[in-house]
Design a protein around this ligand. Sequence first.
Ligand SMILES: [Zn+2]
Ligand SMILES: [Zn+2]
Length: 782
Amino acid sequence: MATVPSASARRKHIDVRGIVQGVGFRPFVYNLAQSLGLSGYVFNSSAGVTIEIEGGEGEVASFIETLRAEPPQLAAIASVAVSDVEVRGGEGFSIRESHEEPGAFSLISPDAGTCDACWQDFGDARNRRYGYPFTNCTHCGPRYTIIQDIPYDRATTTMASFTMCPACAAEYADPTDRRFHAQPNACAVCGPSLELVPSGATLEDCCFADRDSLAIIRRVRALLRAGKIVAVKGLGGFLLACDAANDAAVAELRRRKRRSDKPFALMSRDIIAVRTICAVSPDDEAALLSVRRPIVVLPRVRGAQVSAEVAPGNDTVGVMLPYTPLHYLLFSDSPETPAEFTALVMTSGNMSEEPIVTSNAEAMRQLGGVADWFLLHNRDIWTRVDDSVVRTFEGRERVLRRSRGFVPQTIDLGLELEEVLAFGGELKNTFCLTKGRYAVLSQHIGDLENYETMQFFEETLARLQHVFRVSPRAVAYDLHPGYWSTRMALASPIERKIGVQHHHAHIASCMAENHLRSPVIGVALDGTGFGTDGKIWGGEFMVADFAGFIRRAHLRYVPLPGGDAAVRQPWRMGLSYLRDAFGAQIPVERLRFPGVSEKQIELVDTILTKGIQTVETSSCGRLFDAVAAMLGLGSEATFEGQAAIALETAAARASDSQRDFVSYPYSIDGDDPMVLDLRPAIIAIARDVSAGRPTEEIAALFHNVLASAIVALCERIRESDGLERVCLSGGTFQNLILLQRTIAELRRRGFAVFQHALVPANDGGIALGQAVIANERLRQAE
Ligand SMILES: [Zn+2]
Ligand SMILES: [Zn+2]
């Protein structure tokens, strides 16, 4: 029965955009409207959520206020458009059928760690989900990894093959229930189940018929306690697990994975356990416990119950907390029982640099030589995502690897963009699509050096382009002719192609996430980026905006002897820098690098003298390599940045007095561009090494000289260009000591300093910069 509209009644039409589907938004709206006695309806459209409400003026206003201020945990509201419509009267509030608008897109939620209410269900022996590994609700659980298409509905997820039992179906249909339209809703009766099989088994050996998860998981814990390596199928792929306190198990995993020195990530059951391994600040704790549940890089404490094999030569370690009940069960049945491990190694299930493995069959085929056992489940992973890695600095979570929990959340750039596709770089690749005001950055794809990773790139691109309905007008690419991403961009059917210099992309990326538009002083320090002069850049100081850049200064060029070999063998750069600094008179005692034969040194020396097989480089990463090699901190590198990390670790161990702002000498030459000449520092370092000065002290002073040189160059650019804002980007700024010293001194001198937080400072962030630069070029061409 319709009521007569009262004189004071108001009716509003509300369009909400952002991540508002699959996150419990409609029940939230329904319950809010009910509690305020409003009538009307809500429905999902392909562009978001549409609402009409009617009632008293005060109630309507309070509805809109609460909608904006207290949306469900996983919702991310991008905009709320409210308009007045004619009062109609009517009773009750309803949830209507979804409407699809052609061409429109809605945002997909990233996967979310288990919510508090679900942890309670899971840990309560009287609850029907007690110990159930796949417990979730509208506030948590899998999303991006299981969604095959939009609109988001169970039929378009990998949960489609599971039919809900009556109890689950009742929750799903009840707007007042936390599991109303929770697409992955499941329980032990009707949902996914586990299977434990030894290495060598095949899919035919798996039937997933045993629904007693706790019995299976207890066997897994017994295997881990016995030092076995277990491949565990998780949310975005397989992880390889072993007891982090067991030296033999960790060493064996390292050997089988052929991962010589790269650190392994850890998982602990709870924050109390993490505190026994690492120093955890309040910011770190917030990051660990956030719904994204990333790996957080933390300083290790002395005497931690963790094998030295976890992160050799490193004083930090990456730790995460369980983000699904399945992960929790690897430690104990429930919060009531003690954890059986302080920490488990939880490293990506893949062979060296290949993409993380997702399907049961693929895992058994590819990881048979690594894992002793496989803990499988029968919910398919549609989209592969690695664990994300963050570090906190100055009160903010800063992303080092952006994947699970972050992707595909869009980044609001605060300006309307053309639709473009940026292919990113070669190492730590991600790509970027733009749509409206948003950048859609792909999950971490990895180093584009094998066929599997390239396939991963193509598969992810096709899916994100489809889901976000992007038709790029142009492609952006790195200038390096040898990058696979560049070759792929150039082969693309999209005609408009825009090449972007690597370090310009770094700075534009930092500008974009900080919503800066006008020119800045850009300091981009990293390992490798192709320069406009054909040389390898990486120690760059520029004046830049989205439209272009002027190279104002760079690190003095030195020869890079043997190209890629110089990256794997830092001692080559040590020799190159010594030769550059001393000329022919290198002190003979300096020509020794641990584990390098005289013959090898002679060979590289000849290469350097004759200038064959060399290109010139201003790379800051290679400068770190050179100094690390001079200090005997490793002549070989098995992963990118290893020597730099060793140098940072050494500097961090220096006592406070040695960390003071004392530094080595350097000079700044030339004008257009200026050249930062560190030869005086190299000579001083060589003498200090010969004189037996402690390595920690020299490492600390080296960080100081670099920081003071950066500040000095920024001062000069401020003088010439009248700019006060400095953007810091590039992988070198993952070095906290360098970052802290540089920022402190820049601020002391009145600069405004901007850094990365939402996207990585390393090459994982350059696709965003490429995209905004391409957008600007398209705009200017019109
Ligand atoms: Zn939940
Ligand atoms: Zn059920």
